[in-house]
Design a protein around this ligand. Structure first.
Ligand SMILES: Nc1ncnc2c1ncn2[C@@H]1O[C@H](COP(=O)(O)OP(=O)(O)O)[C@@H](O)[C@H]1O
Ligand SMILES: N[C@@H](CCOP(=O)(O)O)C(=O)O
Length: 291
């Protein structure tokens, strides 16, 4: 029997749609696997009632199929589904690492990222790996067709989860089909700034690099309270804030020591629009670990 903890993650970071991701250090999913003839699933914890136990429809079950590694899989959810915090990816990442160990598959972490991304495809319709990469490798990650880069970094983050459900599948439908050249230029500038910020552990550069004018505004319309929460977070000292993944969560970056104020401001912003919310004060996490 093997148990793996895989953390919540925040994808996109504004300027890196389907490319950037960062591992949080909390919350997390715990996945326990035991050898079995066929794959079965048991799910407990936050939002488990909304998650299919059919292995073909569950990211962890799809990973077991892809690895040809049948198991009885128990998932303890710490990351709420449809949160924008890589909930489905946390289970996929933890299952990939656990089953690789249980069945001695011998895959590298980079290979496990590709397998876990197939689990993501089963629920979101497309195999984006920007959540599973940081969930497995940790740090700030850059996903491209030709490989994944992981940069260890130390920046203070706050993720705020409002009591709203936005599925990744729905949020992908509102993404525009094309961008104007001036928006492309602006996004490249932001993406480069954000990458430099993580390299240098600099919250100001990371915050500035979150700026993006194509995908973020289209999706913000799906999140009640988003604009006020971001505005309050910035007034409370956040150096930047954007939609986490496909939403509804907001990810803010700040100087160490400002997380408590930023967390309260984000919650207040949502509450004043009639939306309950909770916040996670987090550092950048190290990714999935076998317990
Ligand atoms: N192991 C899993 N954990 C969480 N959600 C899962 C899992 N397997 C399948 N799902 C489904 O995936 C969807 C949530 O994924 P997604 O929309 O990408 O949200 P998130 O941003 O939280 O990852 C829900 O419809 C949920 O039922
Ligand atoms: N790049 C994806 C990321 C989805 O993240 P999630 O945490 O909402 O599953 C997208 O933006 O669609």
């Amino acid at each position: 029997m093997i148990t793996v903890r895989a953390p919540a993650t925040s994808a996109n970071l504004g300027s890196g749609f389907d490319v950037f991701g960062v591992a949080l250090d909390r919350p997390a999913d715990y996945v326990t696997v035991e050898r079995a003839e066929t794959t079965t699933l048991e799910i407990e914890g936050y939002g488990s009632e909304y998650i299919p136990t059919d292995p073909a429809k569950n990211t962890a079950g799809v990973v077991a199929r892809e690895l040809d590694a049948p198991a009885h899989i128990t998932i303890e959810k710490g990351v709420r589904p449809s949160s924008g915090l890589g909930s489905s990816a946390a289970s996929a990442a933890a299952a990939a690492v656990a089953l690789n160990e249980l069945h001695d598959c011998g895959l590298t972490k980079e290979e496990l990222v590709r397998v876990a991304a197939k689990g993501e495809a089963a629920v979101s319709g497309e195999a984006h790996a920007d959540n599973v990469a940081p969930a497995i490798l940790g740090g700030f990650t850059i996903v491209r067709d030709d490989g994944v880069t992981s940069i260890p970094t130390d920046v203070s983050l706050v993720a705020c989860l409002p009591e709203i459900v936005v599925s990744t599948r729905d949020a992908r439908r509102v993404v525009p089909d094309s961008v104007a050249i001036e928006d492309l230029v602006d996004t490249v500038g932001s993406a480069a700034t954000l990458t430099a910020g993580f390299q240098q552990d600099d919250p100001v550069l990371v915050g500035r690099g979150m700026r993006e004018h194509v995908v973020t505004p289209a999706r913000a319309a799906l999140i009640d309270g988003y604009a006020r929460a971001v505005d309050y977070a910035k007034k409370a000292g956040a150096t930047g804030a954007t939609i986490s993944g496909s939403g509804p969560s907001v990810l803010a970056v700040c100087y160490p020591g400002r997380q408590r104020e930023v967390a309260s401001a984000l919650i207040d912003g949502f509450n004043e629009e009639g939306v309950d919310a909770r916040a996670y004060q987090s550092g950048v996490g190290t990714g999935a670990e076998i317990l």
